[in-house]
Design a protein around this ligand. Structure first.
Ligand SMILES: [Zn+2]
Length: 331
């Protein structure tokens, strides 16, 4: 999607977060025995493919830094890996306009692995997202895994390890990635692009731990979505219960819920500000108090939703109904 971070390439020693994973991979680099197959799995947007590339760079670099456990990032080998342009590394992924990784893409690996490495100690292939291989592709990959060619290294990357054949999973060294903390996402975003404090805070919260999503929000998606959401909130009092339920459904998808929480808070703050600054009469003051109560209630509900994993859709329905009533809807 043309994000800035595609061109930003940290070496293994400069990757943010994933402390345990990095300690393990650095040991593997130092040992110079990477094995034949790795499986990197964990939530989307935490940098699994970035870590895979930095791992390959570290294995290939002949001028290692970080105590011999990281690529230097400066030498020609490191630069070729960073540009995705090293002859001993082939990245396999979904083709343009495709929804699965096909057997032809996996079969080309056999030919690739049959060649002698040009300059690196191994021929390396990455498959991302490996769960998107169709059945024929998965079976072809299994053959490669069953009889790994000498000096070959395969790194499978996926957010859905459960969708891989168990026979594929069992042949891989497994590395589990955890979610990034908000602090880590903030640091990564700050390194990637200059942002105002407010945009940064919103983008971090709205991304829900996914760096790619946070970055997209920080690059301008947020204002458009904010406008859409504010329009939807303005239409609440005249919406039917069915429409509210539909709206709740649209915003309750796992990747959207963190975002709607941010937008909801922003909208409520704006409403609260409006009622409090114009609270001249007793009526106005009562209205302001009612809004304040709702703001606190929504805040508590959202926090509980995350803490005890409540049903997103039902929570949003309840919130939308209460907000519609507060603005005069009579259901
Ligand atoms: Zn290097």
């Amino acid at each position: 999607m043309g994000w800035h971070w595609v061109t930003f390439f940290p070496t293994l020693e400069h990757i943010i977060g994933h402390t345990g994973v990095l300690a393990h991979l650095r040991q593997v680099v130092a040992s110079n025995r990477p094995g034949h197959a790795h499986l990197f799995f964990g939530p989307p947007g935490v940098g699994k493919a970035t870590v895979a590339a930095a791992f390959i760079q570290a294995l290939f670099c002949r001028n290692k830094s970080g105590g011999g456990e990281s690529g230097c990032g400066q030498c020609p080998v490191c630069r070729k890996v960073a540009q995705g342009n090293h002859g001993d590394w082939i990245p396999v992924g979904m083709g343009e306009g495709k929804t699965r990784i096909g057997v032809d893409q996996v079969r080309q690996l056999a030919g690739f692995f049959a060649l002698t490495p040009l300059e690196a100690p191994w021929k390396v292939a990455t498959v991302d997202d490996a769960a998107l291989m169709n059945e024929a592709a998965a079976n072809a990959l299994l053959k490669t895994l069953e009889e790994p060619p000498p000096r070959s290294l395969l790194i499978l990357v996926t957010r859905q390890p459960g969708k891989l054949l168990p026979t594929i999973r069992s042949r891989c060294l497994k590395t589990r990635f955890a979610r990034l903390t908000p602090g880590e996402v903030r640091q990564i975003l700050t390194n990637l692009t200059p942002l105002s404090a407010a945009t940064l805070a919103d983008a971090v919260a709205a991304g829900g731990g996914d760096v790619g999503r946070s970055l997209a929000f920080s690059q301008g998606e947020l204002p458009a979505l904010r406008q859409q959401f504010f329009q939807e909130m303005a239409a609440l009092p005249t919406s039917s219960l069915g429409q509210l339920s539909l709206l709740a459904g649209q915003w309750s998808a796992p990747e959207r819920f963190a975002l709607v929480a941010v937008l909801l808070k922003a909208w409520l703050q704006e409403r609260l500000h409006g009622t409090v600054t114009h609270a001249n009469s007793l009526d106005d003051r009562q209205r302001a108090e009612a809004w304040l109560k709702v703001v606190l209630w929504v805040d508590g509900v959202l926090r509980q939703t995350v803490a005890i994993n409540l049903n997103h859709r039902l929570v949003l329905e309840a919130v939308f109904i209460r907000l519609a009533r507060l603005q005069g809807a009579d259901y």
